[in-house]
Design a protein around this ligand. Structure first.
Ligand SMILES: NC(=O)c1ccc[n+]([C@@H]2O[C@H](COP(=O)([O-])OP(=O)(O)OC[C@H]3O[C@@H](n4cnc5c(N)ncnc54)[C@H](O)[C@@H]3O)[C@@H](O)[C@H]2O)c1
Length: 381
């Protein structure tokens, strides 16, 4: 009989669906000693929350997230609501001695992220931040190849996160999904939303960042709210930055919602002395690899189809050649979290890792404001 992990989830939007799906699927595909129980959910609109709970099999609906935090029959709080809610919910959940799983970006700013990290670490309970792209099998394979020394000394790390959904001036500030354009709700623009994914992956693959130099722009400065009233845009539409990594490599990062034709192009290329790798989320089942140690007459970029049982996570899914998708990355992440519970091991990325990401993102924005290089400050004090 598996141990129960009773979940209380906040929010039923995009991530509410992705996480609910993961809670249902994980024990069907992974052998873990823990089984999530979809205990209770809270969000702002009671009627819609009830409909969501019925569709996804949540046992009950609570009036607000405070009720989840207070409930004796809930072990872990899962925060799937907009960024401005993460801090307050995480602090309350930690104070109540719950495990906390939080969506990214961890916080509105670095000061909040520090406080949240201190709070969850004080409980001694496991915590996690859903930087799910680490659990794309091809990205996990990239990590494995780097750790195996296949790239050798790294010279360049090049990342992009490109979308095109805010080019129209008609996209409002505020509302479902478009809360991302509202500073008081999102905290930051693409640096918090998109760059943080790139930064988390980069820190994982290529180690700490020592210095950054950023540039941002707001292309459309005046928009409207959903009710038609005028709204000044205060979050950046594009964020580009240079980075110096501790391992001596140079990095370039570009995130934008103004790259016409790009929908979710989260990509990176790493160039090392012995080889290079390239990944693009829009072809997420593939990893491109150039091996300089191949015989010279056979050298060239090869495409690794990351669907074999020998590849990370894929032994738990289908037969070789059958791809998995976006939603599976959340199942893989959850499987790791449950295994960490079972073994009493730290599962990453956790709040401490997300704090480091937040520190880089904040240093980038400060650097862009001041027009000079900055060093991320990920310390807890
Ligand atoms: N890991 C990823 O790749 C990924 C992808 C998308 C979003 N996110 C993150 O997930 C979080 C949620 O984003 P989303 O796209 O699911 O948003 P969404 O707009 O689709 O859904 C937000 C949900 O939060 C609820 N909500 C809003 N304010 C609330 C409050 N004060 N109290 C309780 N509930 C509240 C809303 O009712 C809604 O159910 C954000 O932090 C976002 O950055 C992460």
């Amino acid at each position: 009989m598996p141990n129960e992990l009773r979940i209380g989830m906040v929010g039923y939007g995009f991530m509410g669906r992705a996480h609910s799906n993961a809670y249902h699927r994980v024990n069907q595909f992974f052998d873990t000693a823990y089984q999530p129980v979809l205990k209770a959910i809270a969000a702002r609109d009671q009627e819609k929350t009830k409909k969501f709970a019925d569709r996804w099999g949540w046992e009950r609906v609570e009036r607000n997230w405070h009720k989840l935090v207070e409930a004796a029959d809930i072990d872990a709080i899962d925060i799937c609501s907009p960024n401005n809610t993460h801090h307050e919910i995480a602090l309350a959940a930690a104070a109540a001695g719950k495990m906390v799983l939080c969506e990214k970006p961890l916080a509105m700013d670095l000061a909040q992220a520090r406080e949240m990290t201190r709070a969850v670490e004080k409980t001694g309970k496991p915590n996690m931040v859903w930087f799910n792209y680490r659990r794309v099998p091809a990205i996990s394979l990239a990590k494995q190849m780097i750790d195996e020394g296949r790239l050798g000394k790294v010279f360049h790390y090049r990342a992009t996160y490109l979308q095109d959904w805010t080019i129209s001036p008609k996209v409002p500030v505020g509302g479902a999904a478009t809360w991302r354009l509202e500073k008081d709700v999102a905290g930051a623009g693409v640096s918090g939303d998109l760059s943080t994914h790139n930064i988390d992956t980069a820190l994982w693959l290529n180690g700490p960042v020592r210095r950054v130099c950023g540039m941002t722009e707001i292309f459309i400065k005046d928009r409207k709210r959903p009710d038609g009233s005028p709204a000044r845009v205060e979050i950046e539409d594009v964020c580009t930055f240079l980075a110096r990594f501790a391992n001596g490599s140079n990095g370039t990062f570009e995130a934008t919602r103004y790259a016409r034709g790009r929908k979710n192009k989260n990509s990176f290329e790493v160039n090392g002395e012995k080889g290079s790798i390239y990944f693009d989320l829009e072809d997420m089942h593939q990893l491109q690899y150039f091996n300089h140690e191949d015989p010279t007459h056979l050298q060239g970029w090869r495409t690794i189809l990351v669907t074999g049982a020998e590849h990370p996570y894929m032994g738990n899914w289908w037969v070789p050649g059958c791809v998995i998708g976006y939603e599976h990355t959340f199942v893989n992440a959850l499987a790791d979290f449950l295994r960490g519970l079972e073994k009493g091991e730290r599962v990453r990325p956790d709040f401490r890792d997300a704090l480091e990401t937040q520190a880089v993102a904040e240093a980038v924005l400060e650097s862009a404001r001041a027009e000079k290089w900055m060093s991320p400050q990920a310390d807890l004090s």
